[in-house]
Design a protein around this ligand. Structure first.
Ligand code: 4NP
Length: 156
């Protein structure tokens, strides 16, 4: 079982979108049982809340389920539970780095590393930009490449 955690700031816009899209992709490829997929925020303002209404709207439009998903804050125990921790922007990455050293056998990466045809280094925060469509497109591309990388690494 491969454990993948997506991390953003609030855990209501970007990382739950990535969690839902990535889970959907593993289901489509018949690999659902080989993955545990989750998301968390570096902040805890929205703990217990479902994804943002516009994240839900984008997922609904694409027939991607977010059933039962609620926000939570990332914590140091996540390093022991997850094989991949994927930060949605550079600030999330440095906040994770401040929380716990990365040198513990976990792949900690930035989401935009998996979006090959873009110069952007961050998944823009739609909580502030309002552009959930742009974020969905980036997340779709990145999730496909992330899954391809994992399949190669684990020879799936
Ligand atoms: P997210 O967006 O990190 O993509 O979930 C945000 C959601 C809420 C807040 C900031 C970013 N907030 O400040 O409440």
């Amino acid at each position: 079982m491969i454990h993948v955690l997506f991390v953003c700031l609030g855990n209501i816009c970007r990382s739950p979108m990535a969690e839902a899209v990535f889970r959907n992709l593993t289901e489509q490829e018949g690999m659902k049982d080989q993955f545990r997929i989750d998301s968390a925020g570096t902040g805890r303002w929205h703990e217990g809340k479902p994804p943002h209404q516009d994240t839900r709207r984008m997922l609904d439009q694409h027939n991607v389920s977010y059933d039962g998903m609620t926000a939570r804050q990332v914590n140091v125990a996540d390093w022991d539970e997850f094989d991949y921790i994927i930060a949605m922007d550079r600030q999330n990455y440095s906040d994770l780095e401040a929380l716990r050293s990365f040198d513990e056998g976990v792949v900690v990466a930035q989401f935009m590393d998996y979006v090959h045809d873009s110069d952007m280094e961050d998944v823009p925060d739609p909580y502030f930009t309002g552009n959930f469509e742009e974020v969905y497109e980036l997340i779709e591309k990145g999730c496909e490449n992330l899954l391809a990388d994992i399949k190669e690494a684990y020879k799936l």
